[in-house]
Design a protein around this ligand. Structure first.
Ligand SMILES: Cc1ncc(COP(=O)(O)O)c(C=O)c1O
Length: 388
């Protein structure tokens, strides 16, 4: 079990760490989960890939999440071991036959995604022609409105979708459609456009039992992103407008966990407006590069956080690779210098999950921090009302 501290400053004072530390706030994850599960009119599947730390998964469970979007047999095993009552759904369109067989026969998985007839045949064979399969077809949908597009790799267009669903009908107890509009999607209308495509396919095959609207709901990094409730309104409106009567589910990742953790990283060198850190793109901070400088960052010392005039900085990770850079402007207190610790907020999603040991730099340190997440208050004029 990770050690618990009252704040990041207390952690620095008591532990004097040398390596980066992921500071998880399970109470915030639990509160966020409760909000999302309450707001969504269907099953909420947490996308485990986003952060598979046991503390995180257990907090989601306490917040009411009962379904998990597992994309590998490793994730299925992890969730089943930690949370034996949880329902796992294999939402990756390409799986090994061994993974499908183990998921079905050992872990009770019934819901599988496919987007090719060979994958459909593989699922049917690996489950010994099971009669209780719930097969979801992945649709291709446009990626506009999202910061990280997921188009191109998975999903089929309308006519192929209709053909595959007709084929799957006789092999499945229930059929579903699924899509992903892209990660950190800030446009609720992206879901309306995708649901219009799904409805067209569903009607062409005489209806389906399930619609999975995927993930992509934004974390509030800057504070001006639409809230989850706006997406629910768009989704429900589109479902009704298109005459769909099927059961709904969604697969959020970052929405559920982004504000549930921060990362403490030390400045190893300051060169003008460039800071060289002990964490970076190959560690916990990949998202600072891929979605850009929108993360709240504060200077924190063992005595407490340091306020002051703000300047724009570029950040660099510890490895020798020049990809390991996180161009700014990152807004940080001007007086920052070597040996100081930065706390990067909103780092619960795709942080430690993407960490590598490249170049000999790795740190698995995780701590529980019991404060209310300073970064939540910095994003909006009104502090977000979450559990203390
Ligand atoms: C199939 C699927 N579902 C859900 C997610 C979670 O997406 P997000 O974290 O943007 O909500 C992903 C992310 O890649 C995904 O591929």
């Amino acid at each position: 079990m990770a050690d618990t501290f009252g704040s990041a400053a207390a952690l620095l004072a008591l532990r004097s760490p040398e390596n980066p530390v992921v500071c998880v706030r399970p109470h915030l994850i639990e509160a966020r989960a409760r909000k999302v599960v309450t707001a969504f009119p269907g099953d909420v599947l947490y996308a485990v890939k986003c952060n598979d730390t046991p503390i995180v998964l257990e907090a989601l469970w306490r917040g009411g999440v009962r379904h998990f979007d597992t994309a590998s047999i490793g994730e299925v095993r992890l969730v089943r071991r930690l949370l034996p009552q949880a329902r796992c759904h294999f939402m990756h369109p390409v799986k090994s036959a061994e993974a499908i067989a183990e998921a079905y026969h050992r872990h009770g998985v019934r819901r599988f995604v496919f987007d090719h007839e060979d994958e459909l045949a593989k699922i049917v064979a690996a489950t010994d022609r099971a009669r209780d399969l719930e097969l979801f077809l992945r649709l291709a949908v446009p990626g506009q409105g999202s910061l990280l597009s997921l188009t191109g790799k998975f999903g089929v267009e309308r006519d192929e979708a209709v053909r595959l669903l007709r084929r799957a009908r006789g092999m499945a107890a229930e059929l579903g459609l699924t899509f992903h509009v892209g990660s950190q999607c800030v446009d609720p209308e992206a879901f309306e456009r995708a649901i219009a495509i799904a409805a067209d396919v569903a009607h062409a095959v005489g209806g389906v039992e399930h619609l999975d609207v995927g993930g992509g709901f934004p974390a509030l990094y800057k504070g001006d992103e639409p809230e989850f409730e706006a997406f629910v309104t768009s989704i429900v409106g589109a479902v009704v407008a298109h005459g769909l009567t099927c059961r709904l589910q969604c697969e959020p990742g970052r929405l559920l966990v982004a504000d549930g953790a921060s990362v403490l990283t030390r400045v190893e060198l300051r060169r003008g407006r460039s800071l060289y850190l002990n964490d970076g793109v190959y560690g916990n901070l990949a998202e600072l590069k891929w979605i850009g400088p929108q993360f709240p960052i504060r200077l924190v010392r063992p005595s407490g956080p340091v306020d002051g005039e703000i300047e724009d900085f570029d950040l660099y990770g510890p490895t020798c690779d020049s990809i390991d850079s996180m161009p700014g402007p990152h807004r940080i207190v001007r007086e920052v210098s070597e040996g100081d610790w930065l706390e990067v907020g909103m780092m619960g999603a795709y942080s430690n999950a993407l960490r590598t040991g490249f170049n000999g730099f790795t740190s698995e340190a995780v701590a529980i921090v019991r404060d209310r997440g300073w970064y939540l208050d910095t994003r909006r004029d009104e502090p977000t009302a979450l559990a203390a």
